[in-house]
Design a protein around this ligand. Sequence first.
Ligand code: FE
Ligand code: FE
Ligand code: ZN
Length: 277
Amino acid sequence: MLNIGCHLSVSKGYVALAGDALYTGSSCFQFFTRNPRGGGAKPIDEGDIAEFHQIAAEHGLNSYLAHAPYTINPCAAKPETLEFARQTMADDLERMEWLPGNYYNFHPGSHVGQGVERGIELIAETLNLTLKPHHRTTVLLETMAGKGSEVGGRFEELREIMDRTELSDKLGVCLDTCHVHDAGYDVVNDLDGVLTEFDRVIGLSRLKCVHLNDSKNPFASHKDRHEVIGGGSLGLEAIARIINHPALRRLPFYLETPNELEGYKREIEMLRGLYRE
Ligand code: FE
Ligand code: FE
Ligand code: ZN
């Protein structure tokens, strides 16, 4: 069965989130740990989360992917900005212990003129200060479009961050189909080639999750604007090949397309129809 879900809000608690997941036909889901524009996280409501776990077990919900806020920069130049990113990630990972064995995805960051090498160094330092042996979460570096001074637009950069992280067995990669296409990896005409390259540079065993998005912009545009499935430069045929590819088909897929719940529900139903059992 295709393991697919969408991005949902946890602002009304985990039980409400499970309701939205089931409504949309999601078997997995992504959520922001806190307001994506930054700020504090709501305290965990133990009753709410216990009830969530019951509902999830009953309905087979799995593979919860928490997304770090967009506003943190794990390789910021300003010490206070860097410190904020590190505190946020450390706090998020402690909170994820309420959902043990799941995933935490973050954007590696923007080097803001310090250079890619310095960016990579700072990101690895952030991970070395943040990851703790007791954490049961797999922390995922997201493949980026390479917009501006973004780090992570090349597979080599992600590999280097992982190599410099002490607890690197806790790390994995989340492949965003819009981002890699925008970054210049041709998942439309040469999906096999892109995955072979991923395997050569990072290793396919590190690939844990897929962000399934179409793109508003052309190949190699370095832009990062998501489009609804089939409405952009990837197109429905390429997306059908992605969800069915032998190296990807067992992974959880998460939609981050511009949709409300109704739109997600329709996309999930359509994609389940395109999946070869
Ligand atoms: Fe992201
Ligand atoms: Fe993404
Ligand atoms: Zn994006």
